[in-house]
Design a protein around this ligand. Structure first.
Ligand code: HEM
Ligand SMILES: *[C@@H]1O[C@H](CO)[C@@H](O)[C@H](O)[C@H]1NC(C)=O
Ligand SMILES: *[C@@H]1O[C@H](CO)[C@@H](O)[C@H](O)[C@H]1NC(C)=O
Ligand SMILES: *[C@@H]1O[C@H](CO)[C@@H](O)[C@H](O)[C@H]1NC(C)=O
Ligand SMILES: *[C@@H]1O[C@H](CO)[C@@H](O)[C@H](O)[C@H]1NC(C)=O
Ligand SMILES: *[C@@H]1O[C@H](CO)[C@@H](O)[C@H](O)[C@H]1NC(C)=O
Length: 335
């Protein structure tokens, strides 16, 4: 106990130390319009498809949880080291979206930088674009904002094995979710707040089928509605989509970044197993239930906790200084 909390403290100190090498003004000289360009790119993508905000937020999460925020998730070539890319890991394959939007933003930003665009001298790292785009996506759907420090470098490799190890799967219980997030230096409250990202976006039937047909702690009306598009037998409709957040709040506010996710958990309308485990209606008060109750009744508390946890996430072991590279094309390690 003492040694594990000591190591958490050490982890947090380390995270603080590296984030000190990142800065809010990193691109002020080399690319003063970088942030406005990223924001415009996100706004354009979200106005043509609101789900894209969710997809971009998830991309940043899946980047940072696997060897830190280094854009390793974007690589789709196999390096000389033969390392398979993370796009094919369990939590990513057939599920992660937004790669083309990041490519578009990368092109727009590089051409707007002061230096003439040069294929050998790209300015903005893909990892920084992911971090800023995640923030701008949340803001675009009405969520909280936070400051993103910049100066991350992109990795020269990726690891499918680490992605399979470190991305939490939806069948986890509270202990497993806690272990996954504590392992990255997050608190228990951070974990619950970050799960609130599921107030936006969609999941495939295969991600919640087992909950739908095997669990009792699900609202019957809600379940019946979902079953119509997610058959139990075989693998039919595996890729059929359902909103992660039922948005039954009054008045209805579909696709907004708000605290309705937590209201839904209290009503046993969590879509994923890993969502609903955060609230047991029979217990109604406990380690996770108290946090869910707080976020359900106080959206500002959720927004504050979410923003501060996202700042921590964006600072997960970045490559800085001479480490890594700035990629020209975000999906390729060869400039
Ligand atoms: C707590 C552990 C978590 C688990 C087990 C989990 C699991 C999942 C699963 C299974 C999906 C649906 C994938 C599919 O069916 O294709 C999903 C979607 C999503 N997740 Fe999570 N997630 C977790 C935490 C997070 C965090 C921390 C964030 C961001 C801060 C996040 C953001 C999202 C978003 C926005 C979507 C929707 C993406 C879209 O519509 O394209 N999740 N998650
Ligand atoms: C990698 O992704 C880029 C765009 O993100 C795409 O143009 C390219 O065809 C992909 N390459 C492979 C090998 O999938
Ligand atoms: C990826 O690169 C980092 C930094 O250079 C290195 O520590 C790590 O071992 C490499 N991972 C793989 C899978 O090669
Ligand atoms: C989460 O995990 C940490 C580390 O194992 C442990 O100290 C803590 O008690 C756990 N929290 C909860 C609420 O289970
Ligand atoms: C389940 O949800 C429906 C529709 O939102 C609601 O009318 C009903 O009261 C809920 N059932 C329970 C047991 O809470
Ligand atoms: C909720 O808590 C009750 C009382 O402790 C317990 O019997 C039940 O199994 C729990 N339900 C779930 C789904 O964990």
């Amino acid at each position: 106990m003492a040694s594990s909390s000591l190591s958490v403290v050490l982890l947090l100190c380390l995270a603080g130390a590296v984030s000190a090498q990142l800065s809010l003004t990193y691109y002020d000289k080399s690319c003063p319009s970088a942030l406005t360009k990223i924001q415009a790119g996100v706004a354009a993508a979200v106005s043509s498809d609101r789900r894209m905000a969710a997809s971009l937020l998830r991309l940043h999460f899946h980047d940072c949880f696997v060897q830190g925020c280094d854009a390793s998730v974007l690589l789709n070539d196999t390096g000389a080291d033969g390392v398979a890319n993370e796009r094919n890991a369990f939590g990513n394959v057939g599920s992660l979206l937004g790669f083309d939007v990041i490519d578009q933003i990368k092109n727009d930003v590089e051409s707007a930088c002061k230096k003439p665009y040069s294929s050998n001298n790209p300015v903005i790292s893909c990892a920084d674009i992911l971090a800023v785009a995640a923030r701008d996506s949340v803001v675009a759907l009405g969520g909280p904002t936070w400051e993103v420090k910049l100066g991350r470098k992109d990795s020269t490799n990726a690891s499918m094995a680490l992605a399979n190890r470190d991305l939490p799967p939806p069948f986890l219980d509270v202990a497993g979710l806690n272990a996954s997030f504590v392992g990255k230096g997050f608190s228990f409250t951070d974990m619950v707040a970050l799960s609130g990202a599921h107030t936006i976006g969609k999941a495939q039937c295969q991600s919640f089928r087992s909950r739908l047909y095997n669990e009792g702690n699900i609202n019957a009306t809600f379940a019946t509605k979902l079953m119509a598009n997610c058959p139990q037998s075989g693998s039919g409709g595996d890729t059929n989509l359902a909103p992660l957040d039922d948005d039954t709040a009054t008045p209805p506010n579909p696709d907004m970044f708000d605290n309705s996710y937590f209201l839904n958990l209290r009503a046993e309308k969590g879509l994923l197993h890993s969502d609903q485990v955060l609230f047991n209606a029979t217990v109604a008060s406990g380690a996770t239930e108290d946090i869910v109750n707080n976020f359900a009744s106080n959206q500002a508390a959720f927004f504050n906790a979410f923003a501060s946890a996202m700042v921590k996430m964006a600072n997960l072991s970045p490559l800085t200084g001479t480490q890594g590279m700035v990629r020209r094309v975000c999906s390729s390690r060869t400039n």
